[in-house]
Write a protein that binds this ligand. Structure first.
Ligand code: AKB
Length: 319
């Protein structure tokens, strides 16, 4: 991994992943790919090259790969689950037509490709507790359909053409740099912002709804570690279950109240998000990732909560 293109570099994952690779992978050059309207700013713009990279524009992508001699593509372009339900055809266009463009370029030009999957790739018939690596994947959301197809197509390009595709199934990601947009798990990020700002939080997911969640530093580490893992150890590729914590809203609110007792919450359940959440795993089994590339998370709910509150207090200059 030397010359890297991050597509979706200004999104929730991309904004932090681009900076982490620039900082930590010696000798790397990371191109921040973006779409008009989501231009990189500040340190993201100043610390390296940036190019318009729309996954639906195959020629434009190929030109970037040639110009920077790209060897690794992080394909982070996606509509998240709740938005994808509102715009299913756009989700299909970005997630599937975009992916095939990237895989074709990777095949022609010899790039490795990371396209994340998600807990969204599972469905109501999937075993919800200790969800195995290899199990039933029959999602009913458009987001989930595109994620299963992404896993299959990425494996297809590996087996048929030898394209070095690898990936992880991300849980809900909690971060303090860039907000997610339109996911089912977003509540677990937004409640921290409300807590720190002293605002009432209106929760769209009902009490008792367990989902896998992960703090962003662990997710970034996974995204890099899987791409530099020894390929001879990989039995799976697209995609690995990775897990670090599973909780339902009341457990998260109780944890935040240990540090901000004044947190006020009201439920206004969103039926679309709730139906999606009900179909997703409560907790995934990530033993294959642990065995095949030594995956191990560092944060639990308590250490994440302390770090989130500290970071957000600094961000909003609240003492
Ligand atoms: C979403 O909620 O849509 C995403 C995901 C779990 O993939 N955060």
């Amino acid at each position: 991994m030397k010359n890297v293109l991050v597509i979706g570099s200004t999104g929730q994952i991309g904004s932090e992943l681009t900076m982490k690779i620039r900082r930590e992978i010696a000798g790397s050059q990371v191109v921040a790919g973006y779409i008009p309207g989501a231009e990189p700013k500040g340190i993201l713009l100043e610390s390296g090259p940036a190019e318009i990279a729309d996954v639906r524009d195959a020629q434009g992508l190929a030109a970037i790969v040639d110009k920077y001699k790209i060897d690794t593509i992080y394909n982070l372009a996606a509509l998240l689950s709740a938005v994808a339900e509102r715009k299913p055809l756009l989700a299909w266009d970005i997630q599937m037509n975009g992916l095939i463009n990237i895989l074709e370029i990777a095949r022609e030009k010899g790039c490795a490709v990371f396209t994340p999957s998600s807990i969204g790739s599972f469905g109501p018939e999937t075993p919800h507790v200790g969800t195995p690596q290899d199990t039933i994947q029959r999602p009913r959301s458009m987001y989930g359909v595109t994620k299963v197809a992404t896993e299959l197509l990425s494996d297809y390009y590996f087996h048929k053409y030898g394209v070095d595709t690898r990936s992880v199934r991300f849980p809900g990601l909690i971060s303090n740099v860039t907000l997610p947009g339109g996911g089912t798990t977003d509540y677990a990020v937004e409640v921290y912002y409300s807590a720190v700002k002293g605002e009432e939080f209106v929760c769209p997911i009902g009490p008792g709804t367990y989902m896998d969640m992960m703090y962003m530093p662990d997710a970034l580490k996974a995204a890099i570690d899987i791409m530099i893992a020894d390929p001879t150890r990989l039995i799976h590729r697209n995609s690995f279950n990775i897990a670090s914590m599973s909780f339902e809203p009341e457990q998260l609110f109780a944890k935040i109240r240990e540090y901000i007792p004044s947190l006020k919450v009201r439920y206004e359940v969103d039926p679309v998000r709730q139906a999606i959440a009900n179909s997703w795993p409560d907790s995934m089994d990530d033993s294959c990732a642990r065995a095949e590339w030594d995956w191990k998370p560092s944060f639990d709910m308590d250490s994440m909560t302390r770090d989130m509150i500290d970071a957000l207090r600094k961000k909003f200059a609240i003492s």
